[in-house]
Write a protein that binds this ligand. Structure first.
Ligand code: CTP
Length: 442
């Protein structure tokens, strides 16, 4: 018996897939089809696959051509599968010519001519793409622009920036460069806002009032009531309002939260997050609490909840600018736990995250906010476990996918819960109201 194996995503199953499977089947007596998981596709840069793994498997099954369907989950799995199933022929479309020659050591490799004129990507792009406008300056805007190219269903068609130097980066791109926010809103379906936090509330309100979806760099507002108002406005108008905290979209960070919620380090007694950098600052700079606070607060509110009993804020502030902190430390007391953040734009410390529990602790090394690796450590060192998950595009890519999916489904698919966003805005409000102890003036 000749065994043939082939792999694919099979999203929105089409005629090209059908023909490929028919010809692969005709090469032998027994056909194994490997369907790739969403995670594996994300790692390969194929993103925003429309159908779930189960739906895609079902499409392959429905052809009746596969004698066996398997799931492809990890790099290097093809060699394992070929050995495990005793495969004679590996078949794949001609778009992959040469890529799988390394398998010739284990079986025959056949590249079948690809069916012209059809692909999942084409079908996906027929779904209307969301026109996204980017608002603000800085390298994050450029990163969003670059990452948007890897996400189906989102096209950056306009950028609003007043920075002439940055405008030059986009000179050869097909998009409108605009100085005026109102003008930008006329051109887009959705905006990503990275302006100074003091402008967020009014810019978001304007966008929502004009029927535009909003993804905003956290914090969404500098007062809790402002957040509540914006959230209500979005939901009343069936619009998506999403808090942009890249770390929330890292696979490793999500995996870490899951393991902690499952009890892998026992009961959590302390969450301590540090995010610092040393940056030049001027009048347009974000203070430390608004630039780093949301990220540092994320694991605390996601693990311990938002109902803390007490907190104290201590800040190192500028002599002539009382709301501009160079460094801030916040200590929280919860019912059965404590937590702390240390954030600073002018003080440097070890950027680690430590979550202490009754049976062990989670350690995420610096810079933990770009999480791709963490460890669970125990009294008995032999029980320690290391976890690594690829982080593509600093989380921006998956954040854009979640935003696009939310708009498509009309349902907020955000990884930062509303109550977390609200609690972050409350911290900003307390800081704005000078509810902090002064460590020193600089
Ligand atoms: N295939 C084919 N002819 C097509 C499209 C796909 O022969 N017109 C083959 C691919 O070469 C591969 C298999 O079908 O062997 C599964 O391809 P997959 O990547 O799932 O489909 P694509 O349509 O190529 O998807 P995308 O556009 O996302 O790359």
């Amino acid at each position: 018996m000749i065994k043939v194996i082939t792999y694919g995503t099979y999203d929105l199953f089409h005629y090209g897939h059908q023909r490929l499977l028919e010809r692969a089947k005709n090469l032998g007596d027994y056909l194994i089809v490997g369907v790739t998981t969403d995670d594996f596709d994300k790692k390969r840069g194929k993103i925003n696959v429309k159908q779930s793994l189960m739906e895609r498997i079902e499409s392959v099954r429905a052809t009746g051509l596969a004698d066996e369907i398997i799931v492809e989950e990890y790099e290097g799995q093809k060699i394992d599968d070929i050995k495990r199933y005793g495969v004679d022929i590996f078949a794949i479309g001609s778009d992959w010519v040469g890529e799988f020659d390394y398998l010739k050591e284990f079986c025959d490799v056949v590249y079948l001519p690809r069916t012209e004129g059809i692909s999942s990507s084409d079908i996906r792009s027929e779904y209307r793409s969301v026109n996204l406008g980017l608002v603000g300056n800085g390298n994050i805007i450029k990163k969003f622009f670059d990452e948007s190219k890897l996400v189906n269903g989102i096209t950056v068609n306009a950028i609003c920036t007043d920075n002439e130097k940055e405008k030059k980066c986009y000179e050869n791109e097909e998009l409108s460069l605009i100085d005026d926010y109102d003008e930008l809103l006329n051109l887009v379906d959705a905006v990503f806002i990275l302006s100074h936090p003091s402008k967020h509330y009014s810019q978001i309100k304007k966008a929502l009032n004009q029927g535009k979806h909003v993804l905003c760099e956290s914090p969404i507002a500098l007062a809790k009531n402002e957040y509540v108002e914006l959230e209500k406005l979005a939901s009343e108008n069936d619009l998506i309002l999403m808090d942009s905290i890249k770390t929330a979209y890292s696979t490793a960070f999500n995996r870490l939260l899951l393991l902690i919620k499952k009890g892998n380090i026992g009961d959590v007694y302390s969450v301590d997050a540090t995010c610092t950098s040393i940056r030049e600052y001027d009048d347009k700079s974000w203070n430390s609490i608004s630039s780093w606070g949301p990220t540092a607060l994320l694991p605390i509110f996601q693990i311990l909840g938002v109902d803390y009993k007490n907190k104290t804020i201590s800040s190192l502030i500028l002599e002539d600018k009382p709301n501009f902190d160079l460094f801030t430390k916040i200590d929280f007391q919860f019912e059965n736990a404590v937590a702390s953040i240390k954030v600073g734009n002018s003080v440097k410390s070890e950027g680690e995250l430590i979550i202490s529990g009754s049976e062990g602790y989670a350690y995420v090394p610096a810079p933990w906010w770009k999480t791709d690796y963490f460890e669970l450590r125990y009294e008995n060192q032999e029980d320690n476990k290391k976890y690594f998950y690829q982080l593509d595009g600093e989380g921006i890519r998956y954040e854009l996918v979640a935003f696009a999916k939310s708009i498509e489904l009309g349902k907020n698919n955000a990884y930062v819960e509303n109550q977390v966003s609200k609690a972050i805005c409350k911290i900003m409000e307390d800081f704005e109201n000078n509810e902090f102890d002064i460590i020193n003036k600089y």
